[in-house]
Unconditional design. Sequence first.
Length: 153
Amino acid sequence: MKTLWKNAIDMPPVWLLVFLAAVWGQARAFNPANYSGSPSYFVGWFLILLGLGVATVSIAMFRRHKTTVIPKNVPTTMITSGPYRYSRNPIYLADAMILLGFIILKGSVLGLITLPIFMLVIQSRFIHGEEAGLAAEFPDQFKAFCGSTRRWI
């Protein structure tokens, strides 16, 4: 039961929620101003919506190729089309866009430090293992993919 619980909470969306909550708490404590109507407010919402769109399209690619979107599961297909032409990890990139959009939306300059920390957590907890799995399952295809596509952007 303990392992099931640990696996359920050690998922990228949970990490994103933790970082969003940290930014929200920091902004509420140190920067309670309301930025609605300001240019940064619209930039923040644009990034959030763009991130949601990229994530949705990327997840749809997994469904279309009938492979797993669950981190640490063995993929049956390697996806290199759609958003994967531009980033090896477009869902994680989308998560980072959502976090950055929220930081901007909240006007949280201090919250900017959470973005690289979030990216490091995602990279160490998920990306390295996923890429190792892809390299083991699809050695030649993954090597070519890495040569032509950047990890983030």
